[in-house]
Design a protein. Structure first.
Length: 241
């Protein structure tokens, strides 16, 4: 039997891969976008589309309440197409705000709607310097400064709020994305194909317990054994073309 799922960030690269995976598994999906033009794309995939901004507290709460989700999935980011270096300075700040303030708004909306599980996108290259490969129990780089410090601060805020929410909280620490919709055919380690990243979120809907999971291809930087053993995740998963 499928779940009612509220997918925040359905029109992003991971969201566009995740929607057909969730629907194919028998789940009912309400997916969000900030742009009306993207709503038609989500409906074409088979999702119920909602145009809402995560910083619109009232609108977000109403949208989540209307969806009556058992599970909320947080795939929201605010990054420029292709991670354009000329735009990344401002984007780092905007993205950290999504991870902090946006996550807080989404958690509150999920709580009010009675959701039982919250799955959130994080990143895997924010561990503090230390022995490698890094496991999920290793500390994050809270002492970083500059742009990295802003990014890590946003990640720490997101993960804390998800894992401390009064529901099952699951954090997926993704590697650098590549594949359709990402603007990249390859990525630096730790890397993960966008379809495989979305697949981890699908698996987390039913198979995982509270906690964080490294989701990336094998590398000397990261230990991904937990995702493989507990989620049954595969790095080679791809949507059929």
């Amino acid at each position: 039997m499928g779940y009612r799922i509220f997918l925040a960030g359905g029109s992003g690269a991971i969201g566009r891969s995740l929607v057909p995976q969730l629907l194919g598994a028998g789940h009912q999906v309400t997916a969000t976008t900030r742009r009306a033009a993207k709503a038609a794309e989500l409906r074409a995939l088979g999702a119920d589309a909602v145009v809402v901004d995560v910083f619109d507290v009232g609108g977000l709460r109403a949208a989540v309440a209307a969806a009556k989700p058992e599970i909320v999935i947080h795939q929201l980011t605010d990054l420029p197409p292709g991670l354009d270096p000329a735009l990344m300075g401002e984007a780092i700040i905007a993205n950290a705000r999504v991870r902090n303030e946006g996550t807080r708004n989404l958690v509150e909306a999920a709580k009010a709607a009675g959701a039982r599980r919250l799955i959130a996108q994080s990143i895997a290259w924010v561990y503090a310097p230390g022995p490698e490969p890094h496991a999920e129990t290793d500390p994050l780089d809270s002492g970083a400064d500059g742009g990295r410090g802003i990014s890590v601060g946003g990640v720490i805020a997101l993960e804390r709020q998800v894992l401390e929410a009064p529901m099952t909280g699951i954090v997926l620490r993704y590697g650098h994305l590549y594949g359709p919709g990402t603007g990249a055919e390859t990525a630096a380690d730790p890397a993960v194909h966008v379809d495989a990243a979305a697949y981890a979120a699908l698996l987390a809907v039913e198979r995982s317990s509270q906690g964080a999971f490294n989701v990336a291809e094998p590398s000397t930087y990261l230990n991904t054994g937990k995702a493989v053993s507990e989620l049954g995740w595969r790095t080679d998963f791809r949507l059929a073309s």
